[in-house]
Design a protein around this ligand. Structure first.
Ligand SMILES: NC(=O)c1ccc[n+]([C@@H]2O[C@H](COP(=O)([O-])OP(=O)(O)OC[C@H]3O[C@@H](n4cnc5c(N)ncnc54)[C@H](OP(=O)(O)O)[C@@H]3O)[C@@H](O)[C@H]2O)c1
Length: 300
């Protein structure tokens, strides 16, 4: 069977997509290809100058708006300023294995960028979303777990790789739980997951030592950003079940073309999801606004 590529994107004229972290790597390619297919694409970026440089070479209808997903004030401002429909929201922005730092909200920065920000942004924008939310996860979610009592590394010795894995686990649990809540409410909106396998981007800039060399070597023989973006693009336009986890079809899900895979079994634990959701609502002050009664919107 032919492999799915960006040239298989349907005509997206009339549709609006928001892509976070669209100045680099997978987000930049995602934004560019959605725009090429005709969508109006809003690049939600922490550095608007960088965003302006990114759109310079993009075709179609693009717009740059400031959004620091690691800052709840910025997330709230972005959401409050939004008017109109969002057909596709792509939670792509991410950081990996950065040194210990806390955000203005008191969150550890990987947790803030990779989990709390997407949680809050999605919840606040949800009333505008008409079709789907794509959350970019990682195969490394398999090594993470929910540490409810210490989501922000205040009590444990900070471990940058573990913090990345945990943040990707948490956001995977969130995306799956969001889809279950949407389905239960009768909403036709889907929450989907994508991951790029291993792609050569700026993500590993902070990774130190031998692993930096390893990532660089792996990146150069595995996916480039163009291929790393394909699972996100596939998830953005394909008629696949809510909760799907799309990633490369090759060995270990690290290289190849988009296919539906499986998250870790641990990420599907609904009790963990409920506990994490409740704690995160308290920490972010945001919750999903869902239709009041089942069946108020179209079937999925
Ligand atoms: N590359 C891989 O192999 C791989 C594997 C698994 C998962 N992923 C995931 O893929 C996603 C994209 O990563 P990438 O590989 O494309 O890395 P990248 O090249 O480093 O791009 C990351 C993007 O996120 C943006 N960003 C970071 N912090 C932000 C914040 N607080 N607010 C708004 N934007 C922010 C960056 O903005 P600046 O340009 O301003 O830095 C950049 O545009 C991430 O979620 C990552 O975890 C990547």
């Amino acid at each position: 069977m032919a492999k799915w590529t960006a040239s298989d994107l349907p005509d997206l004229t009339g549709r609006t997509a928001v892509v976070t972290g669209a100045t680099s790597g997978i987000g930049l390619i995602t934004a560019r290809e959605l725009a090429r297919a005709g969508a109006r694409v809003v690049l939600a970026v922490r550095d608007p100058d960088k965003g302006d440089r990114a759109v310079r070479d993009m075709p179609g209808n693009t717009e740059v708006r400031q959004l620091d997903v690691a800052d709840l004030t910025s997330v709230r401002s972005f959401a409050q300023a939004w008017t109109g429909d969002i057909d596709i929201l792509v939670n792509n922005a991410g950081i990996m294995e950065v040194p210990l730092a806390y955000t203005a909200d008191g969150f550890e920065s990987q947790a803030a960028t990779n989990y709390f920000g997407p949680f809050a942004l999605t919840n606040l924008l949800l009333p505008h979303v008409t079709d789907r939310v794509i959350t970019v996860s990682s195969q490394l979610h398999r090594r993470g777990r929910v540490r409810l009592g210490d989501l922000n590394w205040r009590q444990r010795r900070y471990n940058p790789p573990a913090a990345y894995c945990d943040s990707k686990f948490d956001v995977t649990v969130f995306a799956l739980e969001l889809d279950r809540r949407l389905a239960a409410s009768g909403s036709r909106v889907r929450s989907l997951l994508a991951h790029p396998g291993i792609a050569s981007t700026n993500l590993t800039a902070h990774v130190g030592g031998g692993r930096a060399v390893l990532y660089k070597a792996l990146g150069s023989i595995l996916n480039d950003a163009e291929h790393g973006a394909l699972p996100t693009l596939f998830a953005a336009v394909s008629d696949i079940p809510g909760g799907s986890y799309v990633g490369p079809d090759g060995f270990g899900g690290i290289k190849g073309f988009p296919a539906i895979g499986k998250t870790s079994r641990a990420a599907q634990d609904e009790d963990v999801a409920h506990a994490l959701w409740d704690t995160t609502v308290q920490l972010t002050g945001t919750d999903a606004q869902l239709p009041a009664a089942p069946g108020t919107l179209h079937d999925r």
